[in-house]
Design a protein around this ligand. Structure first.
Ligand code: PAF
Length: 282
């Protein structure tokens, strides 16, 4: 596996690869890999001849009081894991290489970024779309794989790609869960044993909602209230519990195919998100 540190070298590799007629699959990450990331890498390998994983803790998607400074990192282990998955290139640029002092451009997707996580994390999605747009220009992938745990992020990136007429296939990968149902996340490492137990309320809430929608029609406001009550049984702070359309992210009044139950909570100092498209098999 090649480790590339600069955008210029990365683009030179991409140009050589494309000139040789090979396709490129990209997995954008912020590192500290877990099984969820490894599944994204496998998916990219299935879809393209060469696989690039970007590892960049993107400072502009973190708010002033968020966890940029303590975001978990382990470069050596990440390299071993990516290499084990047969990744061709790990692109790990420095912050200055991605954002030189004079950089002044942001890529902003409007509307879809107003609600859900966008409401409590102003500027977050502009940071995400800016870095993803830069990665697309630098790496020139045919396809890019993102996890559905960040389903708002996925909807926003799909919108950006469509709006900017980018010929890149965006692939959403199902959420990968621990054996007890906790959605895998690099941030799970922040949780104490008791917080981790409390965090399982997200998966219990999804199970409850899945059972309820199978037994007959249920109004969104009734079920959302039940989900909130279930979450409140644990020592967690609810940021939002919503039912939204998976593409437009508009609130939905009834549970139906294409609607997503989306939740964000705080367990101690850790913010966790989870979601489920209640009618689909996992
Ligand atoms: O989902 C993530 O890890 C990040 O938001 C991404 C897409 C790599 C952009 O920094």
């Amino acid at each position: 596996m090649e480790i590339i540190r600069t955008p210029v070298e990365m683009t030179a590799w991409a140009n050589r690869t494309l000139a040789g007629g090979q396709t490129i699959g990209l997995v954008p990450t912020m590192g500290f890999f877990h099984e969820g990331h490894l599944r994204l890498m496998r998916k990219a390998r299935e879809k393209a001849k060469r696989t690039v994983v970007s590892l960049f803790v993107n400072p502009i998607q973190f708010g002033a009081n968020e966890d940029l400074g303590r975001y978990p990192r382990d470069f050596v282990r990440d390299c071993q894991l990516a290499e084990g998955e047969g990744v061709d290139v790990l692109f790990a640029p420095e912050v200055q290489a991605m954002y030189p002092a004079e950089a002044s451009t942001r890529v902003v997707v409007s509307r879809l970024t107003d609600g859900l996580c966008g409401a409590s994390r102003p500027g977050h999605f502009a940071g995400v779309t800016t870095v993803v747009a830069k990665l697309f220009h630098i790496i020139k992938p045919h396809c890019a794989v993102f996890g559905r745990k960040d389903f708002q992020q996925l909807a926003v990136i799909e919108r950006m790609v469509a709006d900017l007429n980018w010929d890149i296939e965006i692939i959403g990968h199902p959420i990968v869960r621990e054996a007890d149902g906790l959605a895998m996340s690099s941030r799970n490492v922040y949780l104490s044993a008791s917080e981790r137990q409390a965090a399982l309320c997200l998966f219990r809430a999804i199970g409850h909602a899945r059972r309820r929608v199978r037994t007959g029609p249920v109004e969104a406001k009734v079920l959302l209230q039940e989900v909130e009550e279930l979450l409140q049984q644990e020592a967690v702070a609810i940021e939002y519990v919503s039912l939204v359309d998976q593409t437009t992210l508009q609130p939905q009044a009834v549970f139906r195919k294409g609607a997503v139950l989306a939740m964000a909570i705080r367990v101690g100092a850790t913010r966790l998100i989870d979601n489920d498209n209640l009618f689909e098999e996992n």
